[in-house]
Each structure stands twice: as structure tokens, then as C-alpha cells.
Design a protein around this ligand. Structure first.
Ligand SMILES: [Zn+2]
Length: 136
């Protein structure tokens, strides 16, 4: 029915991840140099390496968090489960978000047009679209 895209992380994310890991290694090295400089009493060198180490770690954390967030959203495409209700009297159809306890042939909400009790006729999932976003 609908075209299914296999979840393959783009190359840019893999590059980000490698850069992030390299930054962690370089930052750890800079911090160890800072510690050595601190032990030697070289305050300028200590400050210099702490700045590099902390900056690198912050950037690495930012990059890795971004990659992780993107990866999660790639693995789980946004899916909406919707319930279709139909009025047995006037045949008015209504689509709303699935609610816990919904099942086909369940007597649910009242018809907006004639106040007859509507019946659930379909429950299905579909990819999130702008149209559904309006239903909030
Ligand atoms: Zn009706």
C-alpha cells in the first residue's frame, strides 16, 4: 500500500558520531595534559588544556546527543493510529485518534449531526501527516 523506506542512517550522522568520539578522545587527552601541567605548577598550560578539554567534551556531547536523537526518530517513524466512526442513521463518518478501549463495532461517540450513537467501523495506523496534526 504505502511505500516503506528502510531505516538507514544517513552518512552525515555516522560522520558526526565518529567526530564526536574523536573529540571525546582528544578532550580526555587534553584533560590529562592539563592535570600533568597542574602537577607541574604550570597554571597557564593547565588553563589552556582545560579549555580545550572542556570545549571538546561539550561539543562532543552536543554532537552525540544530536545523532542519538536523529537515530531514534529514524528507527520509529511517526505513526498515528486512527479510529473511524460511522453513524448508522445518517452515515456521517468521523475520524479521530485511537483511544484505549476502541474496537470495531464498539458503540462510541454521539453523531455530531443527529446525536445517534456512532459505531467504530475501522481502526488503522498511518504515517503522520499535516492533516492529523490538526486533530491535536
Ligand atoms: Zn448521524
Amino acid at each position: 500500500m504505502s511505500s516503506k523506506k528502510p531505516p538507514k542512517p544517513p552518512l552525515i550522522l555516522q560522520v558526526f558520531m565518529v567526530i564526536g568520539i574523536l573529540l571525546v578522545v582528544v578532550s580526555a587527552f587534553a584533560l590529562s595534559l592539563a592535570y600533568q601541567a597542574y602537577l607541574n605548577g604550570d597554571s597557564l598550560k593547565t588553563l589552556y588544556h582545560v579549555v580545550i578539554g572542556a570545549g571538546g567534551l561539550a561539543l562532543a556531547g552536543y554532537l552525540l546527543a544530536k545523532v542519538r536523537f536523529r537515530a531514534v526518530s529514524l528507527v520509529f517513524p511517526e505513526i498515528d493510529v486512527v479510529t473511524v466512526l460511522e453513524c448508522p442513521k445518517c452515515k456521517l463518518k468521523k475520524i479521530r485518534r485511537f483511544e484505549t478501549g476502541d474496537y470495531v463495532f464498539k458503540k462510541a461517540d454521539k453523531c455530531d449531526r443527529c446525536s445517534e450513537v456512532m459505531i467504530v467501523t475501522q481502526i488503522f495506523s498511518r504515517e503522520k501527516k499535516g492533516e492529523m496534526a490538526k486533530l491535536g
